[in-house]
Ligand binder design. Structure first.
Ligand code: FES
Length: 78
């Protein structure tokens, strides 16, 4: 993922990798998707790490790049 938030340009790496809360019909919030999201440290926008999609509006995306792992080496395809 490009380390620039599409909102106001913060370094996405400064935010935590996390999950998110999902509202249910029973007035509860359920924590889900642990480890699948990154939350921008500046204003809290949450992005799917794999796709870069902003959770609230998936049309907005952080830029992502394909990654492969070969012989314990990680390759980012730019
Ligand atoms: S700069 Fe990332 S949420 Fe605002």
């Amino acid at each position: 993922m490009l380390n620039i938030c599409p909102h106001r340009g913060a370094a996405i790496c400064q935010g935590p990798v996390s999950g998110t809360t999902k509202q249910t019909d029973s007035r509860e919030f359920v924590y889900e998707r642990s480890g699948e999201l990154v939350r921008c440290a500046w204003h809290g926008w949450e992005f799917d790490i794999r796709s870069g999609a902003f959770l609230v509006d998936p049309k907005i995306r952080a830029r992502t790049f394909p990654v492969t792992v070969e012989d314990e080496k990680i390759f980012v395809h730019l």
